[in-house]
Ligand binder design. Sequence first.
Ligand code: GRF
Length: 205
Amino acid sequence: MANLRIAVLISGSGSNLQALMDHCDNGIIPGQVVLVISNRADAYGLERARQKGIATQVIEHRQFSDRRDFDIALQQAIDQAEVGLVCLAGFMRVLTGDFVRHFQGRLMNIHPSLLPAFPGLHVQQQAIDAGVRFAGATVHFVDEGVDTGPIIAQAVVPVLQDDDAQRLAERILLQEHRIYPLAVQLFAENRLLVEGRRVSILYPS
Ligand code: GRF
């Protein structure tokens, strides 16, 4: 099976990055993370990547006066690494249409809500405030909207009576670490078929 080369974009802790790297290391994902890019120099995820001997780059959005120029720098760095998949993992920047179109079909994101409910920021608090009984996480292909692309995998967690945003976020994060590697594994195995907004999972017959 082909060995998928993966770039991961982060802004912070990088626990999803860790899950992806671990699942590559143990062979569950037939691929490898070859490049980690952060828009923040202090992102702990950079340290996680270095510990695995994976190439890192810091491309700080603040150094660019224009969103487009930042995205062009990102795109060039990723293209140089010749990757087949780009994973956004806690990457806190909205990408331009040009960037998204360039990587269409090979650009994934993880979001800590059951999309299409609660796109955007502070979604755990939004879920609590809305009084929903269940929250969760979604892995999706990225399109030009914010958290709107075709859904690959979701996981559900209960919202408990005494939850605050932090506790709920921790419960969701555990599921993120399960479904992001699963989605990347299916992609790496060529088992995702996208038709419009729907993603089917193919099973060997
Ligand atoms: C995750 O909840 C992710 O879904 C959200 O930001 C958080 C990042 O966590 N977009 P980490 O950096 O992977 O630990």
